[in-house]
Design a protein around this ligand. Structure first.
Ligand code: ADP
Ligand code: GLC
Length: 483
């Protein structure tokens, strides 16, 4: 019988403890999928002050030690608090100096030391617990120093035998700061601050760049994004570095946890539904959503949903540019998000201007998100770039047609509607009139060809957006590294 694989996940957020976006969803869902596939999985996370008390109360103290960090060899406390949930072990790194503030992020100046500490402490914890993983799967820049520490300071310790996988969830954030600041906090050797590893320019160093150079394998969250980031337009300054390392780079599309996102059992909905009952019961959710958000209650209106971090990445300037043209007497728009004040204010303005037809819910609200996915007819994701995107997957699972730009994971997961095929509506160039065209295509099918629309609703609900096949791809990659 094959040996049980031991996989350690290292990342800065994980639902339900702390989540600001899709990274938190993946850190939750992929380990759960892997434990079902003969893996032992430990997830290592910071014990942030913002983690809800109800989880903190369930944690068990597993030990503590002092760890040196910085060029001066200053020592810092490392506590280990553990919790088990559905077969996954979560080890939280406790240190009040680093993790007692922020939500969970603060600003790069503080976050750099915080995640240097976290990356090094993660390896130290695995040694302390005498749990030597086969694979250490690191996520985003916050865990990108793990492969460097593993191959330097930890190379001759038990954890040094593990292979590392570094997953890029979003290349826009790289962990860049001045070379002296990073040298001081990492305590890493001077010779690693060269252009092929950590050095970014004459003044600065880049944690993601170093991780990419030192990881055994690099993955990102869709095949298209894996190609895009090797180009100047999407490479965020790391395109040539990624091209150089491309033999070790591949794309594996995300799934969603279909238990967490299950319209047939979702208690946050006004009416649960499956593919058979979707057409009738989505209307009940639509009117419940309209009532909750103060919109005109009318099940015949088309509701467009948008749930997102309000940042430039998400293509919101396109939405802003055509907002009045999206609206008509039969169409409503619901926005749930927080972020850049420019977008928050724009959506607030439209809500005031088009009372009863627009709701701008400027907040982070997991529960309301469920009702929006269920109560909307179509869902806007016109991103400038999108490594994978989970909202279009959740929308499809809830029978809601995504309207997306053909980039990254959006391109890989949404097939354009064409009669009796397809999941949603797409456009290619980053251009507001093309977005408007896609919205109008959606409206056209919704209002004039309801039979075909309803078939698409059912098709989307039956589409496999689970982790099953992608978890298998990660397993194949782990196995290849373990040989
Ligand atoms: P990203 O990670 O770039 O933010 P994803 O599409 O991968 O984008 O994941 C976003 C996740 O965060 C989804 O689970 C989405 O439902 C959730 N989300 C985003 N904004 C909000 C919000 N304001 N309230 C509730 N959930 C949100
Ligand atoms: C990032 C990306 C998003 C992706 C998520 C999870 O935050 O912006 O596209 O779905 O990570 O991988």
């Amino acid at each position: 019988m094959a040996k049980k694989r031991k996989i350690a996940f290292v990342g800065s957020e994980c639902y339900p403890f702390v989540k600001t976006g899709g990274l938190g969803d993946v850190m939750y869902a992929l380990p759960r999928a892997l434990v079902g596939e003969d893996c032992e999985v430990r997830v290592i996370l910071p014990l942030y002050a913002c983690i809800p008390q109800k989880y903190k109360e369930k944690m068990e103290f597993k030990g503590s030690f002092m760890m040196d960090l910085t060029l001066e060899g200053r020592t810092f406390f490392v506590g280990i608090m553990e919790l088990q949930m559905d077969g996954v072990i979560y080890d939280f790194v406790e240190n009040k100096e680093f993790f007692d503030w922020g939500n969970p992020y603060t600003g790069l100046w503080e976050d750099i030391p915080k995640y240097c500490y976290f990356s090094k402490a993660s390896l130290a914890i695995l040694n302390y617990l005498e749990w030597a993983p086969d694979i250490i799967h690191c996520h985003d820049w916050q865990a990108a120093l793990v492969p460097l520490y593993k191959r330097t300071k930890f190379w001759d310790t038990p954890v040094g035998a593990a292979k590392t996988v570094l997953t890029i969830h979003n290349l826009r954030f790289q962990g860049i700061c001045s070379i002296p600041h990073m040298k001081y906090w990492t305590g890493l050797r001077d010779d690693l601050f060269n252009y092929s590893v950590l050095k970014w320019n004459e003044q600065e160093a880049n944690m993601f760049k170093g991780g990419i150079a030192f990881a055994d394998r690099i993955t990102t969250v869709s095949e298209t994004y894996a190609q895009e980031i090797q180009t100047y337009a999407y490479g965020e300054g790391l395109d040539s570095h990624l091209r150089y390392h491309s033999p070790r780079l591949s794309g594996i599309v995300n799934g969603i946890d279909v238990g967490q996102w299950d319209p047939a059992a979702d208690q946050l909905l006004a009416a649960q539904y499956d593919a058979e009952t979707a057409v009738a019961n989505k209307k009940i959710n639509k009117t419940a959503l309209q009532e909750r958000l103060g919109l005109d209650q009318d099940e015949n209106k088309m509701v467009l949903g948008l749930v997102s971090r309000l940042t430039d990445q998400k293509g919101l300037d396109l939405v802003d540019a055509i907002f009045p043209q999206i609206l008509d007497s039969n169409t409503q728009v619901v926005v749930l998000g927080t972020g850049d004040p420019r977008y928050e204010n724009a959506f607030r303005y439209y809500e005031g201007e088009y009372k009863g037809s627009v709701c701008a819910y400027i907040s982070y609200d997991e529960k309301l998100a469920h009702l929006i996915y269920a109560g909307s007819d179509a869902f806007l994701v016109p991103s400038l770039f999108e490594p994978c995107g989970l909202t279009q997957l959740i929308a499809m699972r809830y029978g809601t047609a995504p309207i997306v730009r053909e980039t990254g994971g959006l391109k890989d997961t949404v097939l354009p509607f064409s009669g009796d095929e397809g999941n949603g509506f797409t456009f290619d160039q980053y251009n507001a009139s093309l977005l408007l065209g896609a919205v109008n295509d959606a409206k056209n099918v919704y209002f004039t060809n309801r039979g075909a629309w309803d078939e698409m609703v059912k098709r989307n609900m039956r589409k496999d957006v689970s982790w099953v096949s992608s978890a298998d791809k990660y397993l194949a990659l782990y196995d290849e590294l373990m040989q």
